[in-house]
Design a protein around this ligand. Structure first.
Ligand code: SAM
Ligand code: SF4
Ligand code: SF4
Length: 339
């Protein structure tokens, strides 16, 4: 097992399969125009799964497909099939906005995908439209239903909470989760690239989330953390479990075993990292597996990133990257990094 400079193992990989998306969430893609990764630089499915195999040899056993919106990538099920064949990958999941899930769920299930997380921030269709600029709320709800119908168990719902936008829906979202038997995870609004409208006063914090839920449900018990998961988990008196990912106010960098591979094969050691490692070029010029392995090992063993903690330590905290900066290097976008 390879450890970084803070003794964190290389265990989990977020694989972004596209930087494109069919929604325009306020907290991720608020602009009208975007600079996209050049198409010829997007990894083929074979290139992507080949790199996953190499990461798996180095200790990665958790892969999460993401984007952009992963379901807009053609033949995603074929990629799932290739990755699922690797016995070292114990957990193969997807994070999707759910818009295309109803039509894709069966093929993904058949291809061997293990788990599905759907991002859903509101139960109100008018609010969904305001948040995402698209009228796709019903499609998302149908997508969640379809995923469960084809056999996915343990479907999760991820909800980014923004003050003044959807902080009045915490109980409703939790009740929705209970009703459909899906665990809800509340995510603090993060100051990542792409979030050009971010400000600290729009973050509805972990503590505030817990206060609102305690008012409704009474005592909330934290669940002892196992492993390297980013979400703090809690249980309500009736046994309902939910999570909070508090990257903005209570970062978890010390236990972060995660790296990110963008759709064009750039490998990032942290969500906040300004530069990544280009794996596509060596791959395409015929680098051997041993050469790719030594590049990755050198990267990980030299890693000391703790981006969210460093952001928290700042006295004045503003948006991370300007719109001009994002246009200059779209790799800095959240929708390129995969969240
Ligand atoms: N399009 C897919 C989706 O929305 O689920 C996958 C990619 S998206 C970048 C991955 C996750 O990042 C989503 O759950 C989304 O809510 C989250 N996200 C994006 N921008 C965020 C921000 N500024 N703060 C917190 N979470 C964010
Ligand atoms: Fe929203 Fe995900 Fe698309 Fe970002 S990538 S705009 S979070 S759906
Ligand atoms: Fe990991 Fe970087 Fe996120 Fe911290 S900020 S949890 S080091 S990805």
């Amino acid at each position: 097992m390879f450890l970084d400079l803070l003794s964190r193992p290389l265990r989990s990989l977020r694989l972004s399969v596209t930087d494109r998306c069919n929604l325009r969430c306020q907290y991720c893609m608020p602009e009208e125009e975007y600079v996209w990764l050049p198409r010829k630089e997007i990894l083929t499915l074979e290139e992507a799964s080949g790199l996953v195999d190499i990461f798996a040899e180095l200790g990665v056993d958790k892969v999460r497909l993401t984007g952009g919106e992963p379901l807009v990538r053609r033949d995603l099920a074929a990629l799932v099939r290739m990755i699922a064949r690797n016995p070292r990958i114990e957990d193969l999941a997807i994070t999707t906005n759910g818009v295309l899930l109803a039509e894709a769920a069966q093929a993904l299930y058949d291809a061997g995908l293990h788990r599905v997380t759907v991002s859903l921030d509101t139960l109100r269709s008018d609010r969904f439209r305001a948040l995402t600029r698209k009228d796709s709320h019903e499609k998302v709800l149908n997508g969640i239903k379809a995923a469960q119908q084809v056999g996915f168990t343990g479907v999760k719902i991820d909800s980014v909470v923004m003050r003044g936008v959807n902080d009045d829906e915490l109980v409703d979202l939790l009740e929705f989760g209970k009703q459909i038997n899906a665990e809800v995870r509340f995510i603090e609004y993060m100051d990542v690239g792409g979030a050009t409208h971010w400000s600290i006063d729009r973050v509805f914090s972990r503590e505030e989330i817990l206060q609102v839920l305690a008012r409704q449900y009474g005592h909330i018990e934290p669940i002892a953390q196992v492993g390297w998961a980013p979400a703090d988990r809690f249980v309500l008196p009736d046994g309902t479990v939910f999570g909070i990912v508090a990257s903005a106010t209570t970062p978890f960098c010390r236990t972060c075993d995660r790296s990110r591979l963008t759709a064009d094969g750039t490998w990032y050691l942290c969500l906040y990292a300004q530069c990544g490692f280009d794996l596509r070029t060596p791959l395409r010029v015929g680098a051997s597996k041993a050469e790719l392995i030594s590049l990755i090992v050198a990267g990980w063993t030299g890693r000391s990133d703790r981006g969210a903690e460093e952001r928290k330590e700042l006295r004045f905290r503003d948006v991370l990257v300007s719109v001009e900066g994002l246009r200059y290097d779209p790799h800095l976008e959240m929708h390129t990094r995969g969240g």
